[in-house]
Design a protein around this ligand. Structure first.
Ligand code: NAD
Length: 416
């Protein structure tokens, strides 16, 4: 099958999206972009999903100034009680609890006066309905990963964010890793020359329990942790765009089951490539790879080493990265690194993620990650699934920005 085939299929999907949008009386082209919201003194929050991740996020939120957790929701009553207990223990009034049913989040969104609804629910099928309910009720929303499981779900998020003028942020904590932000800073300062290729992967041995707990997918099933940082390094949706991908799954002779390993290759319109792995079934040490190849040098998180031509002491030989932190540490990490490390998991990245979101709402700045990123990073699962099913044919990425990627500015080096 050819690339043309992939394009035709994409047009079909696009057509489905257009129909969906037209039915709701909204043309696909010309929809307004989400504009910056006004600064908030206090950020009033509703938290949906008080499982293991929700508890981590709630703890971080309760440690920040100017945050009030007004409502908590989970289908398990004890978890609601646990969330309420955490909030009162932090000295805030007891938040209202919601646990009547799987859709009680709607009541939370519709009845509470909130600025932001955060969703840390599993299974993932609830992520889109919760985000849409929040935005429709006039609240910003932040969703745990992935933002959506289907292309239609991705479009629904984009369409709702544009229609309601509310933020829909994906809580992609890997974008805030210290090494990821160091590399971002170095890329912007031209140390690697022009960026040509990245390699990244969700390589985390979980075994045969499902990552999502939902359906069987022979696909790149958990792409946002590896692709989030790569997309930011490559200015995706901000002067660059993922063009198409091809994908292949290894599953031995078993077939019709989740891929043991999925390998996807992505090409950008600016002529770069990405190799993206999904590898959670087979015994292996944890490794997200994060390899960056530019015209002047290379970085490897796996090796924790770097080589910059003309700067590294020995020609074509890796050197340790440590010295580079002295000169190129990201400004955010310089200011907040110690606090982040002391307060949150994933090497401080969890704290940075929440801090940056709340800070954006408090200052009236645009969040670092927007609905177009949420859609573009999340859609890799269904796109890779399509490619695998068609013998690794190329499949085009939808342009969720509808052309705005051409004029959008890169997020730049985030200040503190
Ligand atoms: N960013 C990260 O590093 C990271 C790490 C772990 C998990 N996650 C993501 O966080 C999310 C939650 O994962 P987890 O490990 O905390 O799962 P979990 O099973 O521990 O918690 C999920 C919670 O959601 C609740 N829930 C389910 N359906 C609900 C509904 N309809 N309404 C309200 N509550 C509902 C469950 O009762 C449970 O308490 C997932 O999307 C997962 O992919 C992200």
């Amino acid at each position: 099958m050819t690339r043309q085939h992939g394009r035709r299929d994409f047009l079909k999907i696009g057509a489905a999206a257009v129909t969906t949008l037209s039915i709701r009386g909204k043309p696909l082209a010309g929809a307004a972009a989400v504009v910056k919201a006004q600064a908030l003194d206090k950020v009033r929050i509703g938290m949906v999903g008080i499982g293991s991740r929700g508890t981590v996020l709630l703890r971080i939120l309760l440690g920040l100034e100017g945050v009030e957790v007004r409502a908590v929701c989970d289908i398990i009553e004890d978890r609601v009680a646990k969330g309420q207990g955490m909030v009162t223990a932090a000295g805030q009034p007891r938040p209202k609890g919601y646990s009547r049913s799987e859709t009680d989040f709607k009541r939370l969104c519709e009845t509470e006066e909130l600025d932001l609804v955060i969703n840390a629910v599993r299974p993932w099928k609830w992520h889109v309905p919760i985000s849409v309910a929040a935005m429709t009720a006039g609240k910003h929303t932040a969703t745990e990963v992935p933002a959506a499981e289907t292309i239609e779900g991705c479009w629904q998020l984009v369409e709702t964010a544009e229609k309601t003028n509310k933020y829909c942020v994906i809580l992609e904590n890997c974008c805030y890793f210290r090494n990821v932000m160091l590399v971002h800073n170095m890329l912007r300062q031209g140390l690697f020359g022009e960026l040509r290729h990245c390699e990244a992967g969700y390589q985390h041995y979980i075994g045969y329990g499902r990552v999502s707990g939902d359906k069987v997918r022979t696909a790149n099933a958990y792409p946002t942790h590896p692709i989030g940082p790569v997309a930011q390094w490559m200015d995706i949706n901000r002067g660059n765009r993922f063009d198409y991908l091809v994908s292949m799954s290894a599953d031995g002779t078993r077939g019709n089951r989740d891929a043991d390993i999925n390998t996807s290759l992505i090409r950008t319109v600016n002529g770069q490539t990405v190799t993206l792995y999904y590898d959670t079934r087979l015994p292996r040490p944890y490794d997200l790879i994060y390899r960056v190849q530019g015209t002047k040098g290379i970085y490897s998180a796996t090796l924790d080493k770097i080589y910059i031509e003309g700067r590294s002491p020995k020609r074509n030989t890796w050197e340790p990265i440590d010295e580079y932190y002295k000169q190129y540490e990201h400004p955010l990490w310089k200011t907040w690194g110690e606090k982040a490390l002391g307060r949150g998991g994933h090497g401080g990245a969890d704290w940075m993620t929440i801090y940056r979101l709340i800070r954006a709402l408090q200052t009236g700045a645009a969040p670092d990650i927007d609905v177009y990123d949420a859609a573009t990073w999340s859609c890799i699962t269904p796109l890779s699934e399509q490619s695998v099913a068609r013998g690794s044919s190329p499949v085009d990425f939808p342009d969720f920005t509808r052309g705005r990627w051409r004029t959008a500015s890169p997020i730049g080096i985030i200040g503190a």
